[in-house]
Design a protein around this ligand. Structure first.
Ligand code: PLP
Length: 413
């Protein structure tokens, strides 16, 4: 904004002494003021860091594939999908949303029914809202994501958290659920698989058996698993899974999905009396534009990479081993079962205490080297993910950490 514009704004809203009142605003000038606003910042928007190596667990498995980028441009206009809709989103045949949701995804997840949602949280909310009444009790694991908790709060549920007696060293002990089921008679059990802080993968199958024994509906939050690693809903003994397309299925956000057992279809996917094509819990329709087409266009590659999960895991182990050689400590399950990893990094913290940029030095130093994803200010510990990042790029990350420690060694004295 130019000085002239600033002065104009000031004189428009303030006379010399008093704050503006409804009366004091000159609406004729206001029109002029709007036309004076500088919109150039809104044009030519760019994303400075898009080609950097990004270690942020939220992003590593959300990057679009080449076909998804193409689909994004093709279907980027508003609700582009609605041109092809006769009133039911998942019945659209071209583009093939029907085949995708009714054949491809249920096979991929080994569940009976799939619906597209606007994210994992929307899926969790749908399940809770459809299966419970206010004041009912549900069991959540201690590391449940905030979105799971707010979904429960929105449904006015009592939340009982299953404590993680080994936190943060290991995944939640699913055996702890049984006494709590007996005590609280929950209407629903949720498990985070894996949880988003340490990447610990609990024994979801064991909990499936417990839930079945006590006849409690069992839902698994797979925001960080579906699209990265194999998830077989029936094999895990779950009634529901939810996924996050932007986090783990290389789709433009916000998008997710819900998979379920046939048994719950009529409850969770109940149709509106007034609009019999529309599912109430989906508020009629969910994703109807660029997000769904990117999810579909990425899927062939997503399915392929899931089959490659063991290689991803080996890469994560190798990377963790290299960082441990620098003195970082991997916190969580060992051997680790996921690409999301949490490291305790005392050496970086010691440097930060004496560095002129304090805790922000690490973010700056990494960024200088083309690496992002570790939160600004974090040096004591941080989480990161190696998913989809090549060994060559990860070697650059390891070298960057080595250099940063070496260059600042004098501060450790
Ligand atoms: C473990 C976990 N579950 C669920 C969510 C929410 O996913 P979504 O953004 O798809 O609603 C997140 C988001 O970061 C997460 O980390």
């Amino acid at each position: 904004m130019t000085i002239k514009q600033i002065i104009f704004h000031l004189t428009l809203y303030y006379d010399t002494k008093s704050k503006p009142t409804k009366k004091s605003i000159n609406y004729k000038n206001l029109t002029q003021h709007i036309s004076y606003m500088d919109y150039s910042k809104l044009l030519n928007l760019t994303r400075e860091n898009k080609d950097y190596i990004n270690l942020n667990p939220l992003q590593t498995a959300g990057k679009l594939t080449a076909p998804a980028k193409k689909a994004l441009i093709e279907f980027g206009d508003g609700y582009a999908i609605c041109d092809f809709c006769n009133g039911i989103l998942d019945e659209i045949e071209k583009p093939p949303i029907k085949t995708f949701t009714k054949e491809i995804l249920p096979t991929f997840l080994n569940c009976d029914t799939v619906r597209i949602t606007n994210g994992a949280r929307e899926g969790m909310f749908m399940i809770m809202h459809a299966l419970t009444n206010p004041n009912d009790t549900i069991l959540l694991d201690d590391n449940a994501h905030y979105s799971c908790i707010v979904a429960a709060e929105r449904c006015k549920l009592n939340i009982i958290k299953v404590p993680n007696n080994k936190c943060p060293i290991d995944a939640i002990d699913t055996a702890l659920y049984e006494p709590l089921i007996k005590k609280h008679n929950p209407k629903l059990i949720f498990l985070t698989y894996p949880e988003g802080n340490y990447g610990n993968l609990p024994d979801a199958k064991k909990l499936g058996k417990i839930a079945k024994k006590h006849n409690v509906p069992y839902a698994i939050n797979c925001a960080y698993s579906i699209g990265r690693m194999p998830v077989n809903m029936k094999d895990l003994g779950a009634d529901f899974v939810v996924a996050s397309g932007h986090k783990s299925m290389s789709a433009s956000g916000p998008i997710g999905l819900i998979g379920m057992n046939k048994k719950y279809e009529n409850i969770v996917l109940k149709k509106s009396k007034d609009n019999p094509n529309k599912v109430i819990e989906c508020l009629g329709c969910t994703s109807r534009g660029a997000t769904i087409v990117t999810l579909m266009a990425s899927f062939p590659e997503v399915e392929k990479r899931v089959k490659n999960w063991n290689e991803e895991l080996k890469k994560a182990h190798w990377f963790a081993g290299e960082l441990e050689k620098l003195g970082f400590v991997l916190i969580g399950q060992k051997p680790h079962k996921h690409d999301l990893m949490f490291f305790k990094t005392d050496i970086l913290y010691e440097i930060s205490k004496k560095h002129k940029r304090k805790g922000y030095f690490l973010y700056r130093e990494l960024k200088k080297r083309g690496i992002i994803g570790i939160k600004p200010g974090h040096t004591k510990s941080f989480k990161l993910s190696t998913f989809g990042i090549s060994k060559k790029e990860l070697t650059l990350v390891i070298t960057a950490f080595k250099e940063i420690i070496e260059e600042n060694k004098k501060l450790l004295a």
